[in-house]
Write a protein that binds this ligand. Structure first.
Ligand code: HEC
Length: 670
């Protein structure tokens, strides 16, 4: 009797282990190459090696999305931007937050399993151009790989979160930072870095995933011109640079976001960033394309050798990085199936390239662009509009440095054939610096500070979800948002597209038509891209919420992860109704108010115009409005409120008068 019972238990345990081990196969090369065998998971940054951010899960779909509800929320207890793509494997979510803190969370309940804090020195707050963010981890053979803001690459034990090895990937005396997610290619961990605003030389490195030993490093711009270059590709690049300023200023070309691996062609695609300095006449007086800035590079992942390159913005002078997310697809073009790579970089053109050869197949404007008329298909080069180069005269360029599209991931549905781009309109007044001198560890853009000439122009800061047809080369539909600097997108086989917004709405759209089907409130703005996964047959959609990043940099947000499911029963976050305001005595004259309105429209509306989660100044406390002079003089820069040093007393009085008048209208409107 006892024996039979024990035998039963053993049989049960064996069956349990067998089913467990069937599910918990390690994430090795075979698993990464066959994502469809693990549809329930989100295996790597863009879900799989194609980085299309398309999930075949369809339990949540265009017929039932309206029944989505909050399943759980996890508070990160951080107040800065959250940009990561969570990975989900066997019911566990691995994700990263502000200051490169890494979390393992039960993806069914939202309970924390472990947390790893690399304890980054807080001085990096001023060495990171665009907030202390992190875009996510990579998982391979039992380890979680995270790039740390201070330049470390850490391999954590997937079960415990304890470091297995740490590699320092940068010279920490320079302004290098890591915010991007590592990628896995053939047993190697690939990692880049940022810092080109301050002045560094860009590169991408490969480390042995098991040992943390450096396998190779590819510099994206030449080194000391008086010495032999590290490789043939850099020897070829050298004549495209003039003088030697660029070497003193770092050169730039940092690989701070997109890295994609194609196991079929065994090619690693790397996007490179802007020049150090931005201003090309300071960086490379006398011109030149400045290879390999603002390029897509195809690299052999085994030895780090360049195979082909395509430069989207030769001789960049506007911060038109080409590090924006890239995705791989097979598309019918010109009567045959082409293996393509697609990118919508900052410069406003949507590129489709043959990913085996680098041949340009198409380049089309996807937002308003005024720096180039078109891309010449014979040469593959953009045709610059005269005057777009601000060498002698300042000019207003669209898009500006925030880009027609930035790091916020786009997605592609093979079912609809559409790419869902978090697109945005913006611009910047570019004016060459009159007295430039290079200062280590500080911004070295080579431009006059922003703000001075703004009032001459309307500022078209607007965000939209753009469904782009990469074969027909045109938009199919768009959804206009009040705000810009919105989140990345996710496409699913349920004919859905998900996106979070700057105003904190997390929205499900019909992927074919753009019809809004559902929305949940996140309580804070969203910039991160969502993911979806399933556990025991139940599908979830999850997104990190916490506005921040390049815009605005140090805003105090409220970090959390929100996970939704059909019929989710957790208490939703509700919008608190704004409190009533009372008018404050205003002694400004109508002329002052009119002048203030103009200033507000030029300088403030893009942040305080109600299109983002930033404060509605009509509702600010009287004490705040009374200290407008101090706030405009930099009292709140640590919270992301820029300093407007050029404002004089008259201008501030006008602004205050305008805000008080708007407040009066609000107070009497109900
Ligand atoms: C780049 C975005 C940005 C721009 C442009 C901007 N602000 Fe701000 N502002 C912020 C941020 C971020 C905060 C801090 C929000 C917080 O911590 O809650 C802020 C806070 C403020 C506050 C305090 C509000 C309160 O109730 O606490 C005032 C007043 C203010 N800004 C005025 C202005 C004025 C006037 C202008 C135009 C001259 C302006 N801001 C332009 C981002 C911006």
């Amino acid at each position: 009797m006892a024996r039979t019972f024990a035998g039963g238990v053993i049989a049960f345990v064996i069956a349990f282990l067998a089913s467990g081990s069937a599910q918990q196969k390690p994430i090795d090369d075979a698993a990464l190459r066959a994502p469809d065998a693990r549809n329930q998971d989100w295996l790597s940054y863009g879900r799989d090696y194609h980085e299309q951010r398309f999930s075949p899960l369809d339990q949540i779909n265009d017929r039932n999305a309206s029944q989505l509800g909050l399943a759980w929320q996890f508070e990160t207890a951080t107040d800065r931007g959250l940009e990561a793509t969570p990975l989900v494997i066997d019911g566990v979510m691995y994700t990263t937050g502000s200051w490169s803190v890494t979390y393992a969370i039960d993806a069914r309940t939202g309970k924390q399993m472990w947390k790893y804090d690399p304890e980054v020195h807080r001085k990096y707050d001023n060495l990171a151009c665009c907030d202390v963010v992190n875009r996510g981890a990579a998982i391979y053979k039992g380890k979680v790989y995270v790039g740390v803001l201070d330049g470390r690459l850490v391999a954590l034990d997937m079960k415990t979160g304890k470091p297995a090895w740490t590699a320092t990937t940068v010279d920490q005396a320079q302004a290098y930072t890591i915010t991007g997610a590592p990628r896995i290619a053939n047993g190697k961990v690939i990692i880049g870095n940022g810092g080109a605003e301050y002045g560094v030389r860009g590169y991408v490195s490969a480390y042995d995933a098991e040992t943390g030993k450096l396998a190779w490093r590819f510099y994206t711009v030449p080194g000391d011109p008086s010495k032999p270059q590290e490789n043939k590709a850099l020897e070829k690049a050298l004549p495209t640079w003039k003088g030697d300023n660029w070497f003193k200023y770092g050169g730039g070309g940092t690989v701070w976001d997109s890295i994609v691996y194609d196991p079929e062609l065994n090619l690693l695609y790397v996007g490179t960033g802007n020049g150090s300095s931005w201003n090309r006449h300071l960086r490379s007086p006398g011109g030149g394309d400045n290879l390999y800035l603002c390029s897509i590079l195809a690299i052999n992942p085994d030895n780090g050798e360049l195979v082909w390159h395509y430069q989207t913005t030769p001789g960049d002078t506007w911060d038109f990085t080409s590090v924006q997310p890239m995705m791989l697809a097979d598309l019918p073009i010109g009567g045959r199936t082409r293996k393509v790579i697609m990118q919508a970089p900052k410069n406003g053109f949507f590129y489709v390239l043959d990913r085996a050869t680098g041949e340009l197949l198409s380049a089309d404007k996807y937002v308003e662009v005024n720096w180039a008329s078109h891309v010449d298909m014979a040469t593959g080069r953009p045709v610059e509009i005269p005057g777009a180069d601000y060498k002698d005269k300042g000019t207003y360029i669209r898009p500006g440095p925030l880009g027609g599209h930035n790091w916020q991931a786009m997605s592609f549905s093979p079912k609809t054939g559409l790419v869902y781009i978090p697109a945005q309109d913006n611009g910047r007044y570019y004016e060459a610096s009159k007295m430039f001198s290079y200062t280590p560890l500080e911004y070295n853009l080579g431009l006059e500070p922003i703000g001075r000439n703004m009032e001459k122009y309307d500022i078209p800061y607007k965000g939209r979800l753009l469904a782009w047809d990469p074969v027909a080369r045109k938009p199919r539909w768009t959804v206009e948002y009040g705000g810009y600097w919105n989140g990345g997108t996710l496409a699913t086989a349920g004919n859905l597209v998900f996106q979070g917004t700057a105003l904190g709405d997390f929205i499900a759209f019909n992927a074919t038509t753009g019809e809004k089907l559902w929305s949940g409130y996140a309580g804070t703005g969203i910039v991160a891209p969502p993911v979806t996964y399933s556990i025991d047959g139940k599908q979830y959609v999850s997104v990190m919420a916490g506005w921040g990043g390049a815009f605005p940099k140090k805003f105090r947000s409220y970090g959390r992860i929100l996970t939704f499911a059909i019929g989710g029963t957790a208490t939703p976050i509700t919008r608190t109704a704004p409190r009533r305001v009372t008018a404050i005595a205003n002694n400004a004259t109508p002329d002052q108010i009119t002048a203030g309105a103009k200033l507000f429209a030029s300088y403030c509306v893009r942040c305080h115009g109600g299109a983002t989660v930033l404060p509605d100044l009509r509702r600010s406390a009287p004490t705040v409005l009374n200290s407008l002079d101090k706030i405009l003089d930099g009292a709140m820069v640590e919270r992301g409120m820029p300093r407007f040093a050029e404002f004089d007393k008259t201008m501030i009085a006008g602004l205050r008068g305008y805000l008080l008048e708007e407040r009066r209208k609000l107070a009497t409107s109900r």
